[in-house]
Design a protein around this ligand. Sequence first.
Ligand SMILES: Nc1ncnc2c1ncn2[C@@H]1O[C@H](COP(=O)(O)OP(=O)(O)OP(=O)(O)O)[C@@H](O)[C@H]1O
Ligand SMILES: [Mg+2]
Length: 246
Amino acid sequence: MAGLFIAFEGGEGAGKTTQSQVLADRLAELEVPCLLVREPGGTELGEYLRDYLKSDRPLSREAELLLFEAARVELVTSHILPALEDGRIVVADRFYGSTVAYQGYGRGLDLDTIHSLNHFATRSVAPDLVFLLDLAPEVGIQRAMSFQTAFTEGTAGELVALERTREGTRFEDLDLAFHHKARQGFLAQAEAEPDRWVQVNAMQAVDEIRDEVWDRVRDRLFPAPAAKPRAARKTAPQGELWPQAT
Ligand SMILES: Nc1ncnc2c1ncn2[C@@H]1O[C@H](COP(=O)(O)OP(=O)(O)OP(=O)(O)O)[C@@H](O)[C@H]1O
Ligand SMILES: [Mg+2]
């Protein structure tokens, strides 16, 4: 499998959608083949389940876990695995780390069961690189819930608010204690696998986070060549030996 799999994780409003889009745009500019996906979603079943999962319709925590996993296995099977096999870069807006954090640490479901379901639903595919956008839930929820109202001019020149459609807020509506537990769940995963997870301070500006993410992705995509032996170095061409696109 030649592709590279990058996931963005973190609590509500941490900037996952913003940064995954920014990264996908950068890769597109560089003509690096890339697939951007979001969880839950990205397939017909996944988008159907996303609607239900985001709504406030009744759902036990066990069924919630299984619906997330059902959406995941569809996405992995029909899009993520084929893209990776094709050598493309996959950028995912949430992946199994969110299930560990929300349904495990947040809802209190058994972590071993979750790990085993994650393993099954991902078909054993794990991201090579996970960016954890970490920030206080108080800030993230505020960001996620605030949405600008667009105005248009009415017939008498008055400003009329345009209705904005939003997704449901099943998770945003949960109490802060839930979100603090989920944050601990993300941090625990990052600490357990420091080679895979990169912790990013999500309080930084969008551009600062973008640059921090790009430094890591660039290192993986265009690794600097190993130092040449002394004798060879005399005849080696001078100048940059690896792409400096930023
Ligand atoms: N670094 C940042 N600083 C300030 N605001 C930000 C930053 N990144 C994103 N935002 C804004 O915060 C809001 C939430 O961002 P975004 O949708 O990217 O977060 P998310 O992690 O995908 O949220 P959700 O968990 O709800 O999917 C948006 O209005 C976005 O413009
Ligand atoms: Mg988002």
